[in-house]
Design a protein around this ligand. Structure first.
Ligand SMILES: O=C(CO)[C@H](O)[C@H](O)COP(=O)(O)O
Ligand SMILES: [Fe+2]
Length: 217
């Protein structure tokens, strides 16, 4: 059964605490927080202050996805704010190893992220040091996009490397995830599913969390 990480990008910001408590009680293991800098991706979202505000209201794992140029400028701020996992894109820095080291040095779980156009080979040198790999299943920047099926073979490739090298990391998918797209990704080795619009653009977000779990029993 896959672990579910609702993305607050699609939550109701005016009633954010209500939405967070609802998905927490509804069985989600992680809460996905998308940080967008207006440079690596066009949109702007929020910063460490949001993570700090959310930290006391939930015990869910706070899964921070940094869509930020040169993320090493800010990883310590997100760690101090209470993030449990910090994800950095390999496309966003020439210093991915340093950025991951900085996260680990703060005692936070480190995640490397790859865009749909980036091969798994680009991150094999750092796989030994990560707790989670995020395979983007859409191009980053917006919620509500369509799942790109060609990304599934990268999940399988990553899962093969994980087994062969006896590594221990979660494989997360993000973008266009619903109860049908999650199935192939789960069979290929994904262990964590981010879902924004599928969960929150619905009258009953809890039933959507359950549907992702039922689809991957
Ligand atoms: O990183 C992201 C977009 O870049 C997101 O996590 C986004 O919220 C996913 O949304 P959806 O489930 O609606 O596709
Ligand atoms: Fe995300």
């Amino acid at each position: 059964m896959i672990k579910v990480a609702p993305s607050i990008l699609s939550a109701d910001y005016v009633n954010l605490q209500r939405d967070i408590e609802m998905v927490d009680k509804g069985g989600a293991e992680l809460l996905h927080i998308d940080i967008m800098d207006g440079a690596f991706v066009p949109a702007l979202s929020y910063g460490p202050g949001w993570v700090k505000a959310i930290r006391p209201i939930t015990d869910m794992t706070l899964d921070v996805h940094m869509m930020v140029e040169s993320p090493e400028r800010y990883v310590e701020d997100f760690a101090d704010a209470g993030a449990d996992i910090i994800g950095v894109h390999t496309e966003a820095t020439p210093h991915i190893h340093r950025a991951l080291q900085m996260i680990k040095n703060k005692g936070v779980k480190a995640e490397v992220v790859i865009n749909p156009g980036t091969p798994v080979a680009a991150i094999t040198p750092v796989l030994y040091m990560v707790d989670q790999v995020l395979v983007m299943t859409v191009n980053p920047g917006f919620g509500g996009q369509k799942f790109l099926p060609e990304t599934v073979k990268k999940i399988a490739e990553l899962n093969e490397i994980k087994k062969q090298q006896n590594l221990d990391f979660d494989i997360e998918i993000d973008g266009g995830v619903n109860d049908s797209t999650v199935v192939g990704a789960y069979q290929a080795g994904a262990t964590v599913a981010v879902a924004g619009s599928y969960v929150f653009d619905n009258d009953d977000p809890v039933s959507r969390i359950q549907a992702l779990k039922d689809a991957t029993k």
